[in-house]
Design a protein around this ligand. Structure first.
Ligand code: SF4
Ligand code: F3S
Length: 115
C-alpha cells in the first residue's frame, strides 16, 4: 500500500503535501511531484492537504489504471530529486486546477530542482 500522485498535480504543483510527509518521500519533477511507493508509509496525512485532490491511496484503483499511476510514481521517484522543503508554486497554478488530460498533454519528464 502507498499513496500516489495523479495528474491533477501537473502544472498546479502546490506543494502543501511536502510539508506534512513524515518520511520525506516526495520527488520533484519540472511540473509535478510524485511519491516513492517504496518509501511511503501509507500514513495518509498528505491526502487532505492537496488543494486539487491529486493524492489518492493506491487502493482506490485497480488493474491498468492502478498500474499507470503506480508506474509513474515509481519510475520518477527513482529519477527525480527528493524534495523536503516547500518551494514556489507556478504563478498560474489556479488556472490549471481541473484541466483534463494533463498527463497526455502537459506532463514533463524533466526533473525539478529538489530541496
Ligand atoms: Fe508521505 Fe504519508 Fe503521504 Fe505517504 S501517505 S507520501 S508517508 S504523507
Ligand atoms: Fe501536487 Fe497537490 Fe502536492 S498539487 S505538489 S500533490 S499539494
Amino acid at each position: 500500500m502507498t499513496y500516489i500522485v495523479k495528474d491533477e498535480c501537473i502544472k498546479c504543483k502546490l506543494m502543501d503535501c511536502v510539508e506534512v510527509c513524515p518520511v520525506d518521500c516526495f520527488y520533484e519533477g519540472e511540473n509535478m511531484l510524485v511519491i516513492s511507493p517504496e518509501e511511503c508509509i501509507d500514513c495518509g496525512v498528505c491526502e487532505p492537504e492537496c488543494p486539487v485532490e491529486a493524492i489518492v491511496p493506491d487502493s482506490e484503483y485497480q488493474g491498468a489504471e492502478l498500474e499507470k499511476w503506480l508506474d509513474l510514481n515509481t519510475k520518477y521517484s527513482n529519477i527525480w530529486p527528493n524534495i523536503t522543503e516547500v518551494g514556489e508554486s507556478p504563478a498560474d497554478a489556479k488556472e490549471w486546477d481541473g484541466v483534463p488530460n494533463k498527463l497526455e498533454e502537459h506532463f514533463s519528464d524533466k526533473p525539478g530542482k529538489g530541496s
